[in-house]
Design a protein around this ligand. Structure first.
Ligand SMILES: *Cc1c(COP(=O)(O)O)cnc(C)c1O
Length: 459
């Protein structure tokens, strides 16, 4: 029999208290934080859905690994273990450990990039784009057209538009392509998955032109869940094997271990090509550390090696994705407009649609983020015009295409009752929707304003 209640496939061995607060206290905390949840202290938050990055709970096995960590400068046993684990998973022979994902991006994309080069992706994650553009190259996003169709229930809205890919490689010239990057799942595109068929099509086009194909594999285990359940051919293939097949299509991979490796810090670059690996290893030693630890402690390498195994556990992945979907489906059933189908690591709410009376200049996404915090101490993040808005010459706001709010779910951290609580918070937010007001920005820096901007609620 299939039970309705999702239970966490783990028991709790160590607990971290949550500081509870009253609405009156939160009103004060929010005002002290200038209505920007990035400026709240973590002890002022009850359920923290700011990000799934580096916020995972480690297992007792991982904590044991932390004690076993070998901190030798060269040739540490923990390095051997990590190297073996990544080679076995990816099939790539050359492994470069880094302190997080963006360090691996910096190494690879500064080497492959530079002025005149072009990178093409389903959607570049913001650190990926920054690393490419910082070196003078161009980053082009070509998400599948299905991604724009809000009503469609197409399960792989994270796909790349392969027709455009072929055209772009031809029009820019093969020699100018730095790499084609498939981000799985497509984080900036709504955490939506990429199908194996799409990865195969991308690989075939790259092979035809002789262009390098890299997988940004931060959430490849979560992606494998969707392939297993929504691509007929793979319904009997275990999650880890699905990931292995996907890696086999590409020339290399970059990972932020802060996502699907279930650790708080770490990353790596894995490559098939010896010459490229050698060049990147020089950059690794200059920027990060010696090749057998890169930017990591021995204990961190142990924890990543173990996490990379645990994340493919079928019970874990089923719980992980079902729990994310549970949140998304329940608030959707209450009339909250969400990006659909629900992706792997987060639920995205369309605040512009929820608050049609709040103009974009008054930041409907920020209004919702403040509401969720005030009502229940839930911290979410605006990814609309506060994060991506720009000003024109006359100082008028050029808004983001959509006013989204992201509820990212840390791995193995919250229980079903925590999720039920968040759903209840939405009940209250819906009741107040018509009376919810927007905000104005009172202070902002030139770059990445969402982190530090100050706001004031409008009357
Ligand atoms: C988080 C992330 C990165 C960057 O990794 P960091 O560890 O934060 O430096 C790159 N790509 C994707 C898709 C990510 O989600």
């Amino acid at each position: 029999m299939e039970f309705k209640t999702i239970i966490e496939p783990f028991k709790i061995k160590s607990v971290e208290p949550i500081t509870m607060s009253t609405e009156a206290q939160r009103v004060e905390y929010l005002s002290n934080a200038y209505y920007n949840p990035f400026l709240l202290r973590s002890r002022e938050v009850i359920i923290d859905m700011l990000t799934d990055s580096g916020t995972s709970a480690m297992s007792s096995e991982q904590w044991s690994g932390i004690m076993r960590g070998d901190e030798s400068y060269a040739g540490a046993a923990s390095w051997e273990r990590l190297q073996y684990e990544i080679q076995d998973l990816t099939g790539y022979p050359y492994i470069l450990p880094t302190h997080q994902g963006r360090a691996a991006e910096h190494i690879l994309y500064s080497y492959l990039g530079g002025k005149g080069k072009v990178f093409i992706s389903n959607t570049h994650f913001d650190t990926t784009r920054a690393n490419i553009e910082f070196n003078g190259a161009q980053a082009i996003d070509i998400p599948t057209p299905e991604a724009k169709n809000r009503e469609s229930e197409y399960p792989f809205k994270g796909n790349m538009d392969v027709t455009r890919l072929d055209e772009l490689i031809t029009s820019h010239g093969v020699q100018n392509i730095g790499a084609v990057i498939l981000t799985v799942t497509n984080n900036s595109g709504g955490g939506q998955p990429v199908s194996m068929q799409n990865a195969k099509d991308v690989a075939a086009i790259c092979r035809k032109h002789g262009v390098r194909f890299i997988i940004d594999c931060c959430r490849i285990a979560e992606n494998a869940y969707f392939i297993h359940h929504f691509e007929e051919e793979y319904k009997h293939v275990p999650y880890r094997q699905i990931a292995q097949q996907m890696f086999s299509l590409a020339d290399g991979a970059i990972m932020s271990a802060k996502k699907d490796a279930l650790v708080n810090m770490g990353g790596f670059l894995a490559l098939r090509d010896a010459q490229l690996a050698e060049a990147c290893t020089s950059l690794l030693i200059i920027n990060e550390g010696f090749s057998t630890y890169g930017g990591l402690s021995g204990r961190d390498m142990e924890a990543i090696a173990i996490g990379l195994r645990e994340v493919f556990d079928a019970d874990y992945l089923n719980y992980r994705i079902k729990s994310t979907q549970y949140l998304g489906e329940h608030i959707r059933a209450k009339g909250v407009p969400v990006i659909y189908p629900i992706g792997g690591h987060a639920v995205y709410v369309d605040a512009g649609q929820l608050y049609p009376h709040i103009p974009v200049e008054q930041y409907p996404g920020q209004a919702l983020v403040c509401e969720l915090y005030k009502i229940g101490g839930v911290r979410a993040v605006e990814i609309g015009s506060v994060m991506f808005g720009k000003y024109d010459d006359k100082g008028k706001l050029i808004p983001a295409p959509v006013e989204l709010v992201r509820l990212a779910i840390p791995r193995r951290v919250y229980t079903q009752s925590h999720i039920d609580y968040v759903i209840e918070v939405f009940d209250e937010a819906m009741k107040n929707a018509a009376n919810t007001r927007g905000l104005k920005i009172t202070k902002e820096p030139k770059f990445l304003r969402h982190f530090t901007a100050h706001f004031e609620p409008l009357k």
